[in-house]
Design a protein around this ligand. Structure first.
Ligand code: ATP
Length: 339
């Protein structure tokens, strides 16, 4: 236990940091929140950080490396780290990093990510390379788009050409088949120590304005000029999936892990999420993978129904990460979970 005390768990104060820091403390680690000036309050208020390091801007994290190394910190990544630091910089990071850095480039490019998921045997929405080929409803996604802002739906080539005019500055986009169904975000955890895939929970996103359009009648929607759906995430809602879907869902996660080992040494480990749409025909279309903790696990700081079944104690994804690191330290296998 003495050796455990030497390590600290650090993360950027944003996204899912509350549960990562809380989980670290629950497992006996000291926790460090790295916050942009002015954003420290939640981490003080909820008392989850043993230490708060304030930086002026995200790139300053690069200069903080020696300090973190001296503190014996292990950095736990989440989407904000990816977004603000970029995977190329993260790949060069010297601070011990939880997860496999090599997988980041596979999830940061939509085309490469698609190849991975396809090779894993998952069902994916069709991609239209040429607008001429649009023969069904599509969703147009911009690469640089922040949280689904500006995405639009189109029903054919003419509609697409009309709507794309408003996005002249956007160069990179993907035209994807629009799947009519319900979104389901599946949270997994894979442990290379136990070689086991765990289901941590499910969520659906609360997106503005698409989740409130249904509150306005179609007639009023038509009357309101320029109401286009947008997919800007503002929160996450817990979901329990129909139990008969679980065998397929477990199978999907296992295939993704298996395939990840073929694309890069060590493959994917730790938390990850398949972002899916489930149709009335009970098909599951995966439109994205997040190869790290997702904010959809935030409703489950006390654990989800699924982690309760497995652990009989509150087990958030943040805590599960800390437990994994703890197990690795105890078994002298830290190199298996850091990458
Ligand atoms: P992320 O934060 O996951 O990177 P993003 O900005 O890349 O988000 P997506 O997750 O690709 O955006 O899509 C945003 C939303 O659009 C989804 O949550 C879902 O509601 C909807 N959506 C995405 N793809 C499809 C699809 N093929 N069919 C139907 N709805 C979709």
């Amino acid at each position: 236990m003495a050796r455990l005390k030497n390590y600290k768990i650090a993360t950027i104060g944003s996204h899912s940091a509350l549960q990562i820091l809380k989980g670290a403390q629950q497992e006996g680690f000291k926790s460090i929140a790295i916050c942009i000036k002015g954003r420290e309050k939640p981490y003080k208020l909820f008392n989850v950080a043993d230490e708060i390091i304030v930086i002026e801007k995200y790139p300053d994290l690069i200069n903080l490396q020696d300090t973190l190394i001296k503190k014996n910190a292990i950095l736990v990544p989440h989407a904000s780290l990816m977004e603000y630091i970029g995977f190329e910089n993260i790949e060069k990071f010297k601070v011990p990093y939880y997860g496999n850095k090599k997988i980041l480039r596979f999830e940061s490019d939509r085309n490469i990510e698609r190849e991975w998921l396809k090779a894993a045997g998952l069902k994916l929405p069709k991609i239209f390379k040429n607008p001429k080929d649009i023969d069904r409803s599509v969703i147009v996604k911009f690469h640089g788009a922040k949280g689904g802002k500006g995405y639009f739906l189109a029903k054919n080539e003419k509609d697409f050409k009309q709507k794309i005019k408003a996005h002249k500055e956007e160069e990179k986009y993907v035209i994807q088949e629009y799947i009519v169904g319900v979104p389901m975000f599946i949270h997994y955890f894979y442990s290379p120590l136990t070689d086991e895939l765990e289901i941590m929970g499910f969520d659906k996103r609360y997106e503005s304005n698409v989740d409130s359009l249904g509150r306005i009648s179609a007639r009023d929607q038509m009357a309101l000029a320029k109401v286009e759906p947008s997919y800007v995430i503002v929160g996450n809602i817990p979901v329990v999936v129909r139990e008969s879907f679980l065998p397929r869902i477990i199978d999907m996660g296992e295939k993704v892990i298996k395939q990840s080992r073929k694309i890069t040494p060590g493959g994917l480990w730790g938390p990850f999420c398949l972002e899916t749409i489930m149709t009335p025909d009970e098909e599951i279309f995966t439109f994205e993978i997040s190869a790290r903790i997702v904010a959809g696990t935030n409703p489950y700081i006390e654990g989800s129904p699924y982690t309760w079944l497995k652990y009989n104690e509150p087990m958030s994804t943040g805590r599960r990460i800390a437990r994994e690191i703890k197990m690795a330290i105890k078994q002298n296998k830290l190199n298996k979970v850091l990458g």
